[in-house]
Design a protein around this ligand. Structure first.
Ligand code: ATP
Ligand code: MN
Length: 482
């Protein structure tokens, strides 16, 4: 095997007039002369110049869109415009033919829907190459952010017997023969005979286990797959997604917000620095796409501007109560433009309301705090009732333009009596969560954490519109192909 140099390195090379070997896939072959070669290391193609008069015509025919080839030649300063360097081919080898009559991809713009159906090949397009390089960088940046701050990466279980949110949107895990599961005397399925001796499911969140770790390691984070069997055919929900869940002992709600805002800014900046070319490409893609929309639906900022804006501005922090007041007085509410009109205090915010606040009212990321207790999870810390007697919890949601909720978090209820009371009220089985309650019995302390949906972050940074396009193989209702 000859040594190969990656295209990214060649394009950045200070040295020219050297012999190199490069391997990749043909993106274009013009005039029997110029090959645009890509190997995924960068969004940019390397130009290969072929001496077609002295090349076997049979070989030339096999240099088709999508073919895998190996080229040995000389890297020279480019004679043409549009690139700094190019390679004059001395030897070309076809590693894998690609019949253009059968290859599903075409060297032209293809719809995202079509590419989703061909997710096994879509990595080979400029758009998906850029998306998955950015995704990779963001994942790395998340780890780097927490590691620099001394957080411990904790692996929480994928298979659990608890439903953290109590929302019941879980996928069951069983070893039973579904045609003939063992039954109890009374005719119910006998989970005692199942693999784990009890009903189990795929995790919907690592938070509860994460809290156990934080009660000794102080600062932990998880970063792993999460599963929700919610039948939500939206552009923001997947059945399998990746979640980042830091949990920090001794943090209160404000510390929690600061951590979340710092983290988002850090990873966005990291991607802007590391994936400049990809983000510039995605910015152009989005601008092109938006030209199809009527003027008033186009965003005021380009993708690049949106990302930079996000870095240089403080997120707007306000309470749920303040948000409700803004929404009540808003033009769309008065003109009855909301599908769900704002009736008053206590209702859950719909995505139309979140988007109004973020995109129209504040025009920047927003952190909403202190939600009504009745609409939030049992483990959130209960606030003192306010002057109007409203009962709230120390929750915080971060809302992003074009995305809606990107982070959901809270300070946790560390007081055993309050927590137990809330579990009783909400019908959460205390006996099943005995281990969780133990943390409140032995050395409890204030603590806080949040969950960031990784794909929603990737959506924001890539400017894509559908969450199914930012995970390699999306899982959603009626789809588990590949
Ligand atoms: P939403 O209201 O958007 O359904 P949620 O309130 O159910 O979100 P949480 O349970 O707080 O979300 O989960 C934490 C984070 O995980 C969310 O802020 C979001 O970024 C992400 N998330 C939640 N559900 C999904 C999903 N089905 N697919 C992708 N990401 C998700
Ligand atoms: Mn949800």
């Amino acid at each position: 095997m000859s040594q190969r140099t990656k295209i990214k390195a060649l394009l950045e090379s200070e040295k020219t007039n050297i012999d190199i070997t490069v391997k990749g896939w043909v993106r274009a072959f013009r005039q029997n002369r110029f090959i645009a070669l890509n190997d995924g290391s960068t969004n940019n193609n390397l130009q290969i110049v072929v001496d077609f008069e002295n090349t076997d015509p049979e070989l030339l025919k096999r240099i088709t869109f999508g073919a895998a080839i190996s080229v040995t030649g000389e890297l020279i300063a480019s004679l043409g415009q549009g690139q700094k360097v190019e390679v004059v081919a001395k030897d070309i080898e076809i590693l894998g033919d690609c019949n253009p009559d059968e290859f599903p991809l075409q060297p032209k713009r293809q719809t995202l829907e079509f590419l989703r159906e061909n997710a096994h090949l879509r990595f080979r397009t400029n758009t998906f190459g850029a998306i998955f390089r950015v995704r990779n960088t963001l994942a790395f940046a998340v780890h780097q952010f927490f590691q620099e701050r001394g957080f411990i990466y904790l692996h929480t279980p994928i298979i659990t017997a608890s439903d953290a949110e109590g929302a019941g949107e879980t996928f069951h895990v069983t070893n039973f023969d579904l045609d003939n599961p063992p039954k109890t005397e009374t005719g119910e399925i006998d989970f005692k005979q199942d693999f784990f001796g009890r009903p189990t499911n795929l995790t919907v969140s690592g938070q509860l286990e994460g809290e156990l770790g934080a009660m000794a390691l102080s600062d932990i984070y998880t970063f792993g797959p999460t599963f929700r069997a919610e039948n939500s055919n939206t552009t923001r929900h997947l059945a399998e997604f990746w979640m980042i869940e830091p949990e920090v002992a001794f943090n209160d709600l404000v510390d929690n917000m600061d951590l979340a805002e710092d983290m988002l800014k850090y990873v966005i900046k990291y991607a802007l620095d590391k994936n400049k070319d990809d983000i510039e490409f995605l910015t152009q893609r989005l601008t092109e796409e938006e030209k199809q929309k009527p003027q008033n639906e186009r965003s005021e900022m380009t993708l690049l501007e949106k990302l930079q804006f996000c870095l240089t501005n403080d997120f707007e922090r306000l309470t749920y109560t303040e948000a409700i007041n803004i929404l009540k007085e808003s033009t769309p509410n008065k003109k009855k433009k909301f599908v769900y009109p704002i009736e008053g205090w206590g209702t859950d915010l719909q995505s139309e309301h979140e988007r109004y606040l973020v995109e129209k009212h504040f025009k920047k990321p927003v952190i909403l705090t202190n939600y009504p207790k009745a609409i939030k999870a049992f483990y959130m810390r209960q606030n003192e009732p306010d002057a109007q007697g409203h009962e709230t919890v120390a929750a915080m949601d971060i809302l992003f333009p074009g995305i809606g909720e990107i982070i959901g978090g809270s300070q946790r209820e560390e007081r055993l009596d309050k927590l137990e009371q809330r579990m009783d009220e909400m019908g959460i089985p205390k006996d099943e969560l005995w281990w969780y309650l133990d943390t409140r019995r032995f050395g409890a302390c204030p603590h806080a954490g949040f969950g960031l949906g990784f794909e929603r972050l990737v959506l924001f940074v890539t400017g894509m519109g559908n969450i199914r396009d930012v995970i390699p193989f999306p899982r959603y209702p009626k789809n588990a192909e590949f």
